[in-house]
Design a protein. Sequence first.
Length: 211
Amino acid sequence: MILERIVVGAYGANCFILADENEPDKPAMVVDPGGEAERIYKKLMDEGITCQMIVLTHGHGDHIGGVEKLKKLTGAKVLIHHEDEVMLKDAAINLTAAMNGPKVAFAADRTIGEGDKLTIGKISIDILHTPGHTRGGICLHIPAEKLLISGDTLFYGSIGRTDFPGGDYKALINAIQTKLMKLDDETVVYPGHGASTTIGYERRKNPFIQG
Ligand SMILES: [Zn+2]
Ligand SMILES: [Zn+2]
């Protein structure tokens, strides 16, 4: 499996390319193309990777700014949790109306929810619904690789903000405790901003998760 991180946009969002290098044309998903679609696309082209789907961990502007252009370039379908779908269509709700840069409003091609499985080549990805940062926030779990893409739900030593519309501190803590903390300690976590971590490290050191 190929996992590449590209830091995009003014807010330094982590965009991930997840590809199966053992299949012809290296099928892939791009997670959270928050901006700089041409740069992401060039990386795909340079490495012979085929983007089959664009998956959004949630509907905030810093994670969705490059979606429309990347979709145009690749023809990939756009997926988001059904409770965050509404955010894509409204620049006020996805916060791009208040951010520097273009206002973003578009429709998803497909909505997803808790327990759904996505497949890229031979890689199986489980969708975990982790509300709290937004109502429809998700994490992507790849059990075979012990790998989690956590969006703005869980960060290295921290957790997502809950002061935006749709935010809910209790829901966020509950989602982290019941869905993420049951994963193996060795699971490597790739958040929507900043450095990677592990479930074991966060279980022991994250001040929001203790007790
Ligand atoms: Zn966010
Ligand atoms: Zn973010």
